[in-house]
Structures are given as C-alpha cells and as structure tokens.
Design a binder for this molecule. Structure first.
Ligand code: PLP
Length: 340
C-alpha cells in the first residue's frame, strides 16, 4: 500500500517502517533469520553490547531507478566489510551471501517505503550486530543479534550542495593499530564529544589527523576525504586507520575510468592542503559534500573552488557516480544490485 509521505521534505533520520530483519546467534550458529514487525529489542541488562560496546554496523541505500527498478549500490562490499568488522570485534561472521539475501528480503518487505525516483529520496538500510548475553568480565559475548532496519531518507542536499567548513581538532579518531578501519559503534561514541565541540565552535566537521604524528590527513568522523590537485589529479589519503569507504573507492574508479583523470591513494601531509584546488567528503549518506575551507588552529585554508558551490571536478565526480547509481550511465559490472 502506498505510503502517505512527503518524500521531498524528508531529512536523514529514523522513521519506523513496517518490517525489519532479525537473525540470532546461539550455540555457535545463526538461526535462519526472519522478517518481523516488532521494533523492540529486548536484551539482558548486562548484555555485552551495553557494557563493552560490542557492536558493528553498515549503511547503504535502496532507491528507484528511472524505469522503476529498486536497486542497491555495491551491497556485496558492505557485506564483506561487515565480515571484517565482526572479525576484529570477536563477533561471529554473518556471511556476506546471507547479508545480501537479508538486504533483499527486508527491502522487498518494505517496498512501499522506497521513495519514488523523482523525489531524489532513498531508503537507507542499516544492518547491525551486537552481543546480547550477559557478560561482566571483559570477554566477547557468545550470543548475538544481527538486525537490519530501514528508513526513508531525503535527498541529502536539497537545492545543491553548499560547501562546508572543517576544522583540525585536538582530538584523535583512531589509534595506529586500533579499530579505525572497521565500522564499529565505539569509533562513533568517542567522536561525539569532538563533533559537538566542533559545532559549538561553528564548524561543520572535524578533519582528523593521523594520531601517531599528527602531520597527515585521515578523514572526518563519518566520511572519507578526497582532494583535487591543480593538475586535476584526484588524491585521497592512504592509511590503515581510515574506514575503507565504498563511495570513495567507487569515486576513485570513476575518476580514472570514466573521467580519464589520475586517481591516487597516498599519504597526504597537512601542509599540502594549500596546494589543492578542491576538497570533498564522501560516504553513502551524501555521496560527495564539497569542502570550501579547513581551519587548522586559527590558520584558514580556503580552497580555490570557494564557499559558493562544488568545485568543477567534484561536481563531475558527483554527477557521474550518481548517474551510474540512477541507471543513466552504464555501470561497471556488478555495481548495481537488483532487488525486484
Ligand atoms: C561509513 C563510513 C564512511 C563512509 O563509507 P561508505 O561505505 O562510503 O558509506 C567513511 N568514514 C567512516 C568513519 C565511516 O564510518
């Protein structure tokens, strides 16, 4: 049944939909998993997730193409990444094949919540897993729940993307041999203070440096970063404490294979920022958000692309990747996953 929602005015938030997917892990194996209407999770008060934050998650979208197919963008990579996150947190693997099947089931069940093509809105999909049995001493749980909830979300940028301002914070995001490369809730818990502080000071986001030397650019709390050099080369920081964004990996491919640009992953020193002409954040939620300015302890670096609109290459990358996602541009093999 069609939903009575003003798709165009949706923001990015939780909305309770009709169905969610749930599978439980007990006695060393996953149950078959099912679609349910119950939006409550009832767990013991001493559950490992509550005491020691044993949880990881993923984020992807389903949306309608012009010819009204419902599709996801490279969900196999989300499944793979969730396997890696689980392994790092001593959680059982929810196999990526089952992950894909679960995504399919939960989107199909909620098909009326997938916004129409013209709205620019989409259905955000949030798979997550957490340790459920009581644990007091520090050790992994032995019972878990894997769950997928979905929520319709608006077009991230209503009426064009305005460039944002980042600051270089005094807080670190990820330790050199820590968990920065996995999508763990704990990485976000510790970023909350830094983000609230950034907002209080009038900045949109934090641009974290490598915590070992504090000389190299890493990423923000929830998005990777790309830069464009004056020679139109697209560069992105190389570091094993950065979360491997699927959007960023796709954009680097698009830069090279669709736009004929050089695309390089390498270490990027904070002193190099002044030499770049464009900067943007990338992730599933916004695809690409242009950055106009970075403030490093009072020193302002204003990118030549300015504070009014996205830079030329950023815009081309955005148009090409979203064109591929919407089915207007021929995708590389395996990038578009059909739900129905
Ligand atoms: C999820 C996430 C991203 C973006 O990854 P995508 O796969 O592109 O959505 C970037 N950085 C961090 C820290 C993240 O958690």
């Amino acid at each position: 049944m069609e939903k009575n929602i003003d798709w165009g005015s949706l923001g990015f938030g939780y909305m309770k939909t009709d169905y969610r997917y749930v599978a439980n892990y007990k006695d060393g194996k996953w149950t078959s998993g099912q679609i349910t209407t119950d939006d409550k999770v009832v767990i013991n008060e001493c559950a490992c997730v509550l005491q020691y934050a044993q949880t990881c998650f993923e984020g992807l979208k389903a949306y309608r193409t012009k010819d009204n197919k419902v599709v996801c963008f490279r969900p196999d990579l989300n499944g793979e990444r969730m396997e890696q996150s689980a392994a790092r947190l001593e959680m059982p693997i929810f196999p990526k094949e089952r992950f894909l099947e679960a995504v399919k089931q939960v989107v199909k069940a909620n098909i009326d919540w997938v916004p129409p093509f013209e709205s620019g809105a989409s259905l955000y999909i949030r798979p997550y897993m957490f340790g459920t049995n009581p644990v007091m001493g520090v050790k992994p749980a032995n019972e878990y729940q894997f769950r997928i909830i979905v929520s319709p979300v608006g077009p991230y940028f209503k009426g064009g993307a305005k460039p944002i301002t980042l600051r270089v914070p005094d807080f670190d995001r990820a330790a050199p041999r820590g968990t920065g490369h996995v999508k763990a809730g704990l990485n976000y818990a510790m970023s909350l203070h830094a983000i609230v502080d950034a907002h209080n000071q009038g900045y949109n986001e934090n641009m974290y440096l490598d915590s070992a030397t504090r000389t190299k650019v890493e990423e923000t709390g929830g998005a990777n970063i790309i830069f464009v050099t004056k020679d139109n080369e697209v560069v992105t920081p190389k570091s094993n404490t950065i979360l491997p964004s699927i959007t960023r990996r796709s954009l680097m491919y698009v830069a090279e294979h669709y736009l004929g640009l050089e695309a390089t992953e390498r270490e990027i020193r904070i002193e190099e920022l002044k030499d770049f002409k464009e900067c943007a954040l990338c992730g599933t939620a916004a695809v690409l958000s242009p950055v106009g300015k970075v403030v490093d302890h009072g020193k302002e670096i204003l990118f030549p692309s300015g504070m009014e609109k996205a830079g030329e290459i950023t815009q081309k990358l955005y148009d090409t990747l979203t064109g591929i996602q919407k089915g207007e541009i021929e995708p590389p093999k395996g990038w578009i996953f059909e739900i129905n």
